[in-house]
Design a protein around this ligand. Structure first.
Ligand SMILES: [Zn+2]
Length: 219
């Protein structure tokens, strides 16, 4: 049996592996994302290793075993399917679904999840642009190019945003949405500012925000 904290760790390792496109995660990369100390991360990794969910190579990093990957896919899948339900069917805003999806993902039987998935029309992405894996773990591509990696003149579509409440509220206030198209007008690297434009309005965002938004380059 796994508890919720263990499932969340497994899920985070899986998500980081895909986002960063690297097979091994370092302890500090996990602590950055989870907000726990390196020491508590190491303790949890030992527990997960005993359960054959992760393997840890000293000085190299942490990876999921096949068993761990199965757990992660189940969690990520449930989380994102519930998010689609909460936003599309219950009309909840995208900044408010994370906490409920966190609770529901741990409480959903495989049968209910499959019924829910088909009921929603087999969605490929959640409202934050994260791909929903199928039962084998296959999924549509995930956008990994952040806006601060783009060049002046690039036109792009926003295809993924980090699922952080403060960020999503900020995006609402500035009317920045998923699938919007923008062009990079200028970059002020010294002050850490980017100006983006949707051909009607220019918007100034910080590098901090730009690192949490991902896009698909159109030109
Ligand atoms: Zn999401």
């Amino acid at each position: 049996m796994m508890n919720r904290a263990e499932e969340d760790y497994i899920k985070t390792i899986y998500e980081l592996t895909i986002e960063k496109k690297q097979p091994l995660m370092k302890t500090n990369e996990l602590s950055e994302r989870l907000g726990f100390s390196d020491q508590s991360i190491n303790e949890m990794i030992k527990k997960l290793e005993k359960k054959n969910l992760v393997s840890f190579i000293p000085y190299k990093g942490i990876s999921l075993t096949n068993k761990g990957k199965q757990v992660a896919i189940r969690m990520v899948r449930a989380h994102r399917i519930w998010e689609v339900f909460l936003t599309e069917k219950l009309g909840m805003p995208w900044e408010s679904v994370h906490v409920d999806a966190e609770m529901l993902e741990h409480a959903t039987s495989p049968e209910v999840l499959e019924k829910l998935y088909h009921y929603l029309g087999d969605p490929k992405y959640c409202q934050h642009g994260n791909p929903i894996p199928n039962l084998k773990g296959q999924m549509n591509p995930i956008s990994v190019t952040s806006l601060d990696e783009m060049n002046i003149g690039d036109t792009f579509k926003i295809t993924r945003v980090m699922d952080y409440k403060e960020l999503l509220v900020y995006l609402n206030q500035h009317e920045i949405k998923l699938n919007d198209t923008y062009q990079i007008k200028s970059k002020d690297t010294f002050n850490g500012l980017l100006i983006i434009s949707d051909h009607q309005k220019e918007k100034t965002i910080t590098v901090k925000t730009a690192k949490m938004l991902f896009g698909h380059k159109m030109s």
